[in-house]
Design a protein around this ligand. Sequence first.
Ligand code: ZN
Length: 139
Amino acid sequence: MKLITDSISLSTRGDADIIDITPQVSALLGKHGFTHGQALVFVSGSTAGITTIEYEPGLLKDIPAAFEKIAPKGARYHHEDTWRDGNGHSHVRAALLGCSLTVPFKDGRLLLGVWQQIVLIDFDNRPRRREVVVQMSGE
Ligand code: ZN
């Protein structure tokens, strides 16, 4: 049993930008010689989230549209009283989505469905650099 923590750095466009990070997570298993265990995928920051989706053009529109209904950009957010940074909706959306995910892997392969990819969604109101921590445990 070993435990290794590594990370993936990426740039996003913000505004519910959805990025498929499955290839990078998968590559880290190979890099560290893991075959069997779990990968914890965690984004540092309170305006982005991690989930899985079917990464296809329709959902890349449907998911931002759903979040626009749940936490609209133009609504009144008390977060503005604290920082005036215009991203109250980003924090609410990120809190609802969650910041981490654990994915099991076996025979060196993530046990995702065929139409299931690991994605980072950046809800902030501007382009950002993001650090996604991947902590692998197993053998
Ligand atoms: Zn803020």
